[in-house]
Design a protein around this ligand. Structure first.
Ligand code: SF4
Length: 277
């Protein structure tokens, strides 16, 4: 999570609060922290206060839900881009309970809860066995060690859709033990921002193949700031830096917009089929 501008795989974003603590390699260049600082909200770290919101903010999803009742497609609400809803901190408890109530009050919205703390879910979620059918639960997996540590927790939660956000992807992933049986959707992409780390094209291709083989929906969000040198019309582009990726591909830093989201000639925007719970 992190980027609070346009999130390609969701239709709406809702933040029950702002603020968090960094917990993994994927958090290193947290966009949300940088954005919060920029707008004068020092809400990151264990000792900082979080930022909370009033009723007007909380009523927005009720309006989306009313509209969605007669719409042909179910809106997907990303929760949260400026926090982790499963951060374990006492002052968040009443706000978390408010969120669970809101989710139950809005059955026409699919709520996409993305966390880097899936081990906290059984203790902090509003439900144990009977999860509402409008909650999709995801966890971030940027390296193999995170996959092995976090995916068993995700697999044990009876959410309607379970998904992986492999973004920013920082290494190759072998997800065979988890895909198919317990994962419905995989989102992946490279990192953007001033200190972005390049991702190897081989890592993305391998994830695509693994998803295809296991009938898991695949979404390639973006290359990030770095793109493979081949295929980009370099003479017309301002190449800021070059680097050789782990698979020997020449990567060029051209910026997120130019790098785009085309993976081997296609854009990948698949959505999951919900499992029966
Ligand atoms: S968990 Fe998400 S919001 Fe929290 S620090 Fe990490 S990237 Fe930022």
């Amino acid at each position: 999570m992190g980027e609070n501008t346009k999130i390609e795989w969701a239709t709406h974003t809702f933040n029950p609060w702002w603020g968090c603590v960094k917990v993994s390699e994927a958090c290193k260049h947290c966009y949300a922290e940088a954005w919060a600082k920029r707008v004068g909200q020092p809400v990151w770290g264990p000792k900082s206060d979080r930022r909370f919101f009033g009723e007007q903010h909380w009523s927005a999803p009720l309006g989306w839900n009313r509209k969605a009742a007669s719409a042909s497609e179910r809106p997907r609400v990303f929760c949260a881009s400026m926090a982790d809803v499963f951060e374990d901190r006492d002052e968040l408890e009443p706000w978390r309970r408010k969120l669970w109530a809101l989710i139950e009050e809005t059955p026409h919205l699919d709520w996409l809860l993305l966390t880097k703390r899936p081990s906290n879910v059984p203790r902090l979620a509003g439900w144990s066995r009977d999860w509402p059918g409008n909650v999709w639960l995801g966890t971030t997996v940027e390296l193999q060690k995170r996959a092995d540590e976090l995916l068993p927790y995700l697999a044990a939660i009876p959410a309607k859709v379970r998904f992986i956000s492999a973004e920013p992807l920082l290494g190759p992933l072998d997800l065979e033990p988890y895909l198919g049986s317990s994962i419905d959707w995989l989102i992946t992409g490279g990192e953007s921002g001033p200190k972005a780390r390049p991702a190897s094209p081989t890592w993305f291709r391998s994830l695509l193949t693994q998803c295809m083989e296991n009938d898991v929906a695949f979404h390639f969000k973006q290359w990030g700031d770095w793109a493979p040198g081949n295929g980009i019309n370099l003479p017309q582009r301002k190449v800021l830096r070059e680097q050789v990726a782990a698979d020997g591909t020449r990567m060029v830093r051209v910026g997120k917009k130019v790098a785009g989201r085309d993976l081997d000639g296609a854009e990948w925007d698949q959505l999951p089929k919900a499992r029966a719970i």
